[in-house]
Design a binder for this molecule. Sequence first.
Ligand SMILES: Cc1cc2nc3c(=O)[nH]c(=O)nc-3n(C[C@H](O)[C@H](O)[C@H](O)COP(=O)(O)OP(=O)(O)OC[C@H]3O[C@@H](n4cnc5c(N)ncnc54)[C@H](O)[C@@H]3O)c2cc1C
Length: 292
Amino acid sequence: MYDLIIIGMGISGISAAIYAKRSNLNVLLLESNAPGGTLNKIPNITNYPGFNNITGPDLAMNLFNTINELEIPYKIEEVTDVILEDTKTIKTKNNVYHSKYLLIATGRKPNLLGLKHEEDYLGKGISTCALCDGALYKNKEVAVIGGGESALSESLYLSKICKKVYLIHRRSEFRGEDLTLTKVKEQPNIELILNEEVTELIIKDNKFKGIKLKNKELNISCLFLYIGSTPNTEFLKQTDIKLDNNYILVNDKYETNIKGVYAVGDVIKKDIYQLINAASEGAIATINISKN
Ligand SMILES: Cc1cc2nc3c(=O)[nH]c(=O)nc-3n(C[C@H](O)[C@H](O)[C@H](O)COP(=O)(O)OP(=O)(O)OC[C@H]3O[C@@H](n4cnc5c(N)ncnc54)[C@H](O)[C@@H]3O)c2cc1C
């Protein structure tokens, strides 16, 4: 029986665990994939205090080192189901854990376009991570889909590796930061294609060859998707936790509508989805838990 189980080892879950340790809570972290979460997909971070410029994987490694230095226990297991009574029951494929408090810090996953063959070609011409896959397309032509800050900054990252980057957006204006957009427009090997949408993937001989847009075709080696994301809350479907569009609703203490269940980071409904507030939310939630 743990005092606190934290699901997710992104920056929010790890920050929460650091504060849990400081408060002498008996804590366990559960992570389905790699410690650091989304950080592992970010090429460069230039807006996190204390680091002028750090790669996401380096920051992830720093956080992971802290977990090990503080001897905070963690397990690499995906949570598949939870039962939220006075005692919280957390189920993974092979184990069942119990705790007094539960903190959900499971982040979001990237959206796909929903096109035929898309999932079959993930990792083979379709990607949601420029940092992970960009180097495979050195000196090749690629396309990025999206209109937000991620689409802009990942296009810039790819433009340093690839011969050409088509940045395709279905509207005429971008939602990203002005500074990033200016840099994108100044980059000679990024071509903006506005008011366009991908209608079909071109597959020949079982290989990804390019995309059809409404008004043209592009021969490209990889299509990078930055078209928003969906919170990781599937494992909550048997519970009464209040969600809005699959995002968890919390109060100003980061507690959900269910007593003893808290949520932080990208998985909650909020206005700003950044590292700095994800980290602070983890700390605040655990401080509140330790005050109970
Ligand atoms: C491409 C990109 C670039 C970005 N660049 C910046 C930037 O420069 N500056 C900035 O401030 N922000 C940036 N962000 C936003 C920032 O990365 C996020 O706000 C932050 O990482 C969210 O942290 P988190 O801990 O909430 O979630 P995550 O980091 O996503 O961590 C969630 C963790 O939970 C795990 N998990 C999910 N489901 C389960 C389950 N069922 N069982 C067990 N574990 C589970 C996941 O594997 C993951 O490790 C960027 C985001 C993207 C996508």
